[in-house]
Write a protein that binds this ligand. Sequence first.
Ligand code: AKG
Length: 248
Amino acid sequence: MDLFNANDNTNLPFVLPDKPGYSFKFDEALNGFFITIPNGELFYSENFFDKKISDRSIEYFLENDSNDWKTANWRELDKEQLSQVKFKNIDWNHDKLNIYGKEVFLPRYTAWYGDNDKPYTYSGLTLQPNAWNKGLLFIKDKVDKVAKVQFNSVLMNWYRDGEDHMGWHKDDERELGKNPIIGSVNFGATRRFKLRRVDNHKEKLELPLKNGSFLLMRGQIQHFWQHGVPKELKIKELRFNLTFRIIN
Ligand SMILES: O=C(O)CCC(=O)C(=O)O
C-alpha cells in the first residue's frame, strides 16, 4: 500500500480506473465516498438506509387493496390489471413509448412525484407529478441533507425483476438546469449501474446499487457520461430506484 496515496484509506466496493482524473475519498461522517471522474462527480454510500427502513420502503411502495405485496407475480399484470390495483401510497403506471411509430411498453413501471405541477418530459413522455406523501418526504429529507439541496421531484422506477432495465441515456433535460444534480436511492435487488463516456464508450465504470444504497451524480457528468441499468435475467427479485431531481 502506498501510504501517501489518499485513495488507499478505505476500500471502495467497486473498481475505479487507476488513471489520471479518477480519485476517491471516504467521508466518515456521511459514511460514503466522494468520487471524482473525468468531467463528473459522484457520492456513493453503500448503506445509506438500514435494512429496516429499506424493507419498510418496499412494503410502503407496494401496499395495495388486492394483492399480497410479497408474493404477487407483478410481472404477470398487464397495464389494464395494474391500473385496477389500488396502491395505497404510490400511483404506479406502465407507460408506453412510441418507437419508430410503434407503441412499446417501458421495461419497468414508473411513478412521478413532486412539489408543483410543472410537467417533466422524460423518454419522450410528459409526466405530471403527484403530490408528495409521508414516505417519500422521509426519504427526500435524508437525501436533501447529504446533497445539500432541496430536491423538488422524484422519478420512481419499479424493476419487477432482472428483465426490466433502463437503456443508456443522460439526465440532461433542459428543465434540470445546466449541471443537473441527481440523487438516486435504491431498494430491493442489487443491480449493476453502468456509466460510459459519451465520446468513448470504452471508458466505463460499473457500480453495484444495493438495497439501501445512495448515489449522487453532479457536476458536468450528464454532459459527458451516459448511464444505464442492463438486463440481468438471473435476477428474480424486484428493485425500486428513486431519482430525486430539481426541476427549474
Ligand atoms: O435505476 C437506476 O439506477 C437508474 C435510473 C435512471 O437512470 C433514471 O431514472 O434516469
